[in-house]
Ligand binder design. Structure first.
Ligand code: AMP
Length: 181
């Protein structure tokens, strides 16, 4: 299992989907699962840039983990966003016979993220929601990375700036180093 971290707009889902397409891995996006719920209350929270409850996100991730059995590898994007979720993922990965092989932290300058999000124009890509999401991300990510480190999970930082293919090549380089491909 590969866990992707990164602020909004850094390309977690773009890279996750590409890996899934090209390597035949299973892609799980917490944000996509939450959007697919088409739940008004959830949509409102997301539009404000707030996080959904741990319970809801965890329920959806667990369902997805069940569906992923049989795949060679799983890419998890946008989960975990709070420390409690990290503990949950570690526990559940054991339950479903998975190992968290690596956490990849993508990052790019805030100005580049803002530009990309303006172009994407999702309902939660308003300036206020973007700022809320970025502030939240930078507040939560430190303890999460420390937690994974303390559990012996390799955490690598990858430069998420530049073109999709450039970032993809950097990701592939890290996965190759870890003998995951
Ligand atoms: P994303 O598709 O990763 O940009 O996520 C879009 C939105 O979905 C976030 O701003 C949150 O509101 C919500 N979301 C995504 N992942 C989680 C999570 N792990 N826990 C709670 N809310 C989440």
């Amino acid at each position: 299992m590969i866990v992707f971290f990164g602020p909004a707009g850094v390309g977690k889902s773009t890279q996750g989907k590409l890996l899934a397409e090209r390597l035949g891995w299973f892609w799980i996006s917490a944000g996509q699962l939450l959007r697919d719920e088409h739940n008004k209350e959830l949509d409102r929270m997301m539009a404000r840039g707030e996080l959904a409850s741990d319970e809801k996100a965890e329920e959806l991730i667990e369902e997805a983990l069940k569906k992923a059995s049989g795949y060679k590898n799983i890419i998890v994007d946008g989960f975990t966003r709070r420390l409690g979720q990290s503990k949950f993922l570690l526990e559940k990965s054991f339950v479903y016979g998975q190992t968290i092989n690596i956490a990849i932290v993508l990052d790019a300058p805030r100005e580049e993220l803002m530009e990309r999000l303006k172009l994407r124009g999702r309902p939660d890509d308003t300036p206020d929601a973007i700022n809320e999401r970025l502030d939240l991300y930078y507040k939560e990510v430190g303890p999460i990375i420390e937690y994974y480190n303390s559990k012996g999970i390799k955490v690598v930082c990858v430069d998420g700036s530049g073109s999709i293919e450039d970032v993809y090549d950097r990701v592939i380089k890290e996965l190759t180093k870890c003998h995951l491909i």
